[in-house]
Design a protein around this ligand. Structure first.
Ligand code: FAD
Ligand code: MLT
Ligand code: ZN
Length: 478
């Protein structure tokens, strides 16, 4: 590899001195959100335009220096921070944060990749439209990061993952060329769909610099309920009833185990959590969006909950009376990852299983873990409507979390992922692979699929400079 100094000079010429950082506290860019790893970058480079991104990539390609694209750095799998070598350029997209266009008739918005998700939601709402992607990290994650990781979140049951929301991309390739695919077309069968190759590629194939995303009409009314359910089987039954009776009005369906809720209660005592003094094992947050009226929405929602109570799959429920109360109920759900982080480092899982098989999976896996790790605490919650659970394992009460992680992560993962394989599930439903799950991917994906992935990587990034070592092992990487 060439000496980095001439490269730094070139990068400074491209983006300006102020936007090439090599000194001071760079931890915001170098440390991952969960504080699992601290890397060290050659430089943090903050381009302000697509042309500048192209210039930076060309310069790095010429010097054969690895590039790590980064948005809000809220990813869960250590994929957006540099490794410890001090040789990689951390490419932060956050200066590229303009909404380029909103096309009301086409129901699309075109934004720079560094736009923060919440800012995009707000701009669209002010224009009378819904941009439906919704994540607990929406105040800091970016559209580029959402696309890079194909993020899911809490509205997937109705609107799909980020992939389903994307109608076009602008990308800087690993050679520093600009591909303008911002067509906004809903139909385009002109060969391989390069957009879908880039989405979910976690920065390993190119840099997304802008995107055209789908919009929806704002719902006329939106109601949220918090329901106590007697079992996971009951939660799945409730999901079926909700899908049948609300149809596309069902826009959120999240499950939360009692222990997960108790952590929220412990670390955020100001949040009032319904049914905490009872012994219900699970609660569900469900949301009904309606295009007719508030009273229509309430009538349908209350009818659903009455039916569910009669069927025995809901033991108690509260329906938010207004937007503020709904926000509070969602806030409880969204606080679980934060409460868990406060409780201490944990073994996080992001698995998907066919919804119908989730109760059996959880019962069996709970029993296997309890036998192997007595006292280990299961923080089980997630997007049940999508068959996606965050089936996390926390050290026993009072035990050293770091030591538990160091000594037991491998064994815990062997049990959990073994079960995921047995149930034909996925070891990563929405968070991606990054460096944290790269070796797991090799163990759990078929050799044929892995070879196709490597062939794509070799074809689009023959030097292996894009997010080296993330997602798949790559012999060409610098
Ligand atoms: P980063 O973390 O910066 O990057 C993520 C990946 O994308 C990296 O591999 C990076 O290299 C790549 N990347 C970033 N920008 C680009 C670009 N412009 N071009 C190419 N590649 C790029 N995730 C979910 O799916 N569902 C959830 O419900 C959810 N909830 C969360 C709640 C909390 C509290 C937190 C902290 C995280 C949550 N996440 C969730 C994870 C994370 O927020 C999402 O994955 C998010 O999409 C990451 O966006 P980001 O801008 O922070 O990306
Ligand atoms: C969530 O659903 O809350 C997110 O995916 C984040 C997490 O699991 O920590
Ligand atoms: Zn999630």
């Amino acid at each position: 590899m060439n000496s980095p100094s001439p490269l730094l000079g070139t990068l400074r010429k491209i983006v300006g001195n102020a936007h090439v950082l090599t000194q001071g506290d760079l931890s915001a860019w170098e440390m991952d959100w969960r504080k699992r790893e601290r890397g060290h970058a050659l430089a943090v480079v903050r381009p302000g335009s697509t042309q500048e991104v192209a210039g930076v990539v060309k310069a790095c390609a010429a010097a054969r220096v690895g590039i790590v694209p980064q948005g809000g750095n809220t990813g869960m799998v250590v994929g957006s921070t540099p490794d410890a070598s001090g040789t990689q350029v951390l490419l932060s997209l956050t200066r590229m944060n303009h909404v380029r266009a909103l096309d009301a008739a086409n129901l699309t918005v075109t934004v720079d990749a560094g736009c923060v998700l919440q800012a995009v939601q707000k701009v669209c709402e002010q224009a009378g439209f819904l941009y439906p992607l919704s994540l607990g990290s929406e105040g800091s994650c970016t559209i580029g990061g959402n696309l890079g990781s194909n993020a899911g979140g809490t509205q997937v049951v109705r609107y799909g993952n980020t992939r389903e929301l994307c109608l076009g991309l602008e990308v800087v390739t690993a050679q520093g060329e600009i591909w303008d695919g911002l067509t906004g077309l809903r139909k385009d069968n002109t060969g391989y769909d390069l957009r879908h190759l880039m989405i979910g590629s976690e920065g390993t194939l190119g840099v997304i610099t802008a995107a055209t995303m789908k919009l929806y009409p704002l719902p006329v009314a939106q109601l949220t309920a918090f329901a106590a359910v007697p079992s996971l089987e009951a939660a799945v039954q409730l999901l079926g009833l909700a899908q049948q009776h609300l149809s596309s009005g069902l826009t959120g369906f999240e499950v939360m185990g009692q222990f997960a809720l108790s952590l929220v209660s412990k670390h955020f005592p100001q949040l009032r959590i319904p049914f905490q003094d009872t012994d219900v094992p699970y609660c569900v947050v469900l949301e009904n969006s309606d295009q007719e009226s508030e009273s229509h929405a309430r009538e349908r929602f209350e009818h659903l909950l009455e039916m569910a109570m009669e069927a025995g799959c809901v033991s108690d429920a509260v329906v938010a009376e207004n937007f503020g109360q709904a926000h509070q109920l969602w806030h409880i759900r969204e606080s679980i990852p934060l409460a868990q982080a406060q409780e201490g480092i944990n073994i996080k899982h992001d698995i998907s299983i066919a919804v119908s098989r989730i109760p059996a999976f959880v019962h069996e896996t709970d029993a296997l873990l309890a036998a192997a790790y007595p006292g280990a605490r299961l923080v089980n919650y997630g997007h049940l409507g999508d068959g996606n659970l965050h089936y996390n394992v926390q050290a026993p009460e009072g035990a050293d979390g770091e030591a538990f992680l160091r000594d037991q992560e491998k064994g815990v993962n062997t049990i959990v992922f073994g079960q995921v394989d047995a149930y034909r599930g996925s070891i990563s439903a929405e968070h991606g692979i990054g460096s944290l799950k790269r070796d797991k991917l090799e163990q759990h994906k078929s050799p044929v699929a892995l070879e196709m992935m490597r062939a794509i990587k070799r074809a689009l990034d023959p030097q292996g400079i894009m997010n080296p070592g993330r997602m798949i092992r790559d012999n060409a990487a610098p």
